[in-house]
Design a protein around this ligand. Structure first.
Ligand SMILES: Cc1ncc(COP(=O)(O)O)c(C=O)c1O
Length: 391
């Protein structure tokens, strides 16, 4: 039976990790994998997480099953950070824990499909797994251009998509720190997007995987809040894997906004059933640690300080790149206005290979770079190599 299966190509980024690991050159630079790195090139466990884990070890008295909704204390503690002071929008939002942001996106897509959605609009490029998840569920993903060539968001394209979508068609948006371009909508642009959703009735699916890594915790959630304030229904997929540094612990949440409690209960019960049939219940450890942090003022402050430091470092790297201006044919100036871990450079696949082979610089074939892979020690070498390869 298994002979009928077609071999699948390995994930390109995971293959890049292996290539980088096998490269003996001492000055190699990894801009491929999407994790935060310190000035020393490390991806350490947050001190706030270590402290929360210590408490868990001492205080957790059972590892008995929870339910498909996971740690509801975690789900609720996160809500004011995402949705603001009126965290349930008057009882209109409910959520559940998921295995990472990926689990939340998967659950959003599966529930949308169960409710009759067959098509959604999606800005491209996007996080590659979006297209894979939709294809796996046989949801048609209609692409629109996310960005203009000058490094700004293509607002007209997203507005056209929202107007074209019917109420049972979705439009997928990144809440902040767009992956892979780093290009986010500005506050006035979110305003227009929210109004377009209100006018068209299209169903918003908002994926927010990097809150706090762009402009700040509040700022990064403000676009999403604008949209939610104008629509009757929406799905929100959330990841704590970057802003708590929990990558492998798989910490995420899926939230549903509905027009009334009865409808919310019905939608939630369906999400619950889908989760039960998919992973039964999410892994507990990371979410429990996040709950402990968010329920303790001291740990919350510690976490925010660590997040502030990460954001400031990435801002410094972006400013230094932008200061360089042109590197060969690549204009680095727009990177200062972009957010989060990623930006896309207009380089060809051949130039990406040259950077890797001749300069030991590793980046995705698409030209996506992880700015956190750059440090004061290697950034000038990167700019020079980019100039040499594209000049
Ligand atoms: C836009 C976006 N959504 C979701 C995810 C998934 O995050 P997680 O690792 O929590 O599954 C990512 C991770 O790369 C992402 O970039």
């Amino acid at each position: 039976m298994l002979d009928r299966l077609e071999p699948q190509s390995p994930d390109a980024l995971l293959a890049l990790i292996k290539l980088h690991a096998a490269d003996p050159r001492g000055d190699k630079i990894d801009l491929g994998v999407g994790v935060y790195r310190t000035e020393e090139g490390a991806t350490p466990v947050f001190a706030a997480i270590k402290a929360a884990e210590q408490r868990l070890v001492e205080e957790q008295d059972s590892k008995s099953y929870l339910g498909p909704e996971g740690d509801t204390g975690f789900v609720n503690a996160l809500m004011p950070w995402i949705f603001g002071e009126d965290a349930t929008m008057g009882g209109r939002i409910a959520g559940m824990q998921t295995p990472g942001g990926t689990g939340a996106v998967r659950l959003a897509a599966a529930l949308a499909q169960k409710a009759g959605m067959t098509r959604l609009y999606m800005g491209v490029p996007s996080w590659p797994n979006h297209a894979q998840i939709f294809a796996d569920l046989e949801l048609e993903a209609v692409p629109f251009d996310h960005a203009n060539a000058d490094g700004t968001a293509d607002l007209d394209a997203v507005l056209r998509a929202i107007r074209a979508a019917s109420p049972d068609e979705g439009v997928l948006l990144h809440g902040c720190c767009h992956n892979p371009t780093g290009i986010d909508y500005r506050p006035q642009e979110w305003e227009r997007i929210a109004e377009a959703f209100e006018a068209s009735g299209a169903f918003p699916i908002i994926d927010i995987a990097y809150q706090g890594l762009g402009r700040g915790l509040e700022e990064d959630a403000s676009g999403l809040r604008k949209v939610l304030s104008k629509v009757p229904e929406a799905f929100i997929a959330y990841s704590c894997d970057k802003n708590f540094g929990m990558y492998r612990d798989r910490v995420g949440a899926f939230y549903i906004l509905c027009d009334g409690t009865e409808m919310l209960d019905k939608a939630f019960s369906n999400a619950n059933a889908l989760a039960r049939a998919s992973w039964s219940m999410p892994p507990d450890h990371g979410a429990a640690a996040v709950r402990l942090i968010l329920r303790d003022n001291e740990l919350t402050q510690m976490w925010q300080d660590e997040l502030d430091e990460m954001r400031a470092r990435m801002r410094q790297v972006r400013d230094r790149l932008a200061e360089a201006g042109m590197a060969g044919s690549v204009d680095l100036a727009p990177l200062a206005a972009q957010n989060g871990l990623f930006s896309m450079l207009p380089v060809t696949k051949e130039q990406v290979v040259k950077l890797r082979e001749e300069h030991a610089i590793y980046m995705a074939g698409s030209g996506r770079i992880n700015v956190a892979g750059l440090t004061t020690g290697n950034i000038d070498r990167f700019i020079d190599a980019l100039a040499a390869v594209t000049g």
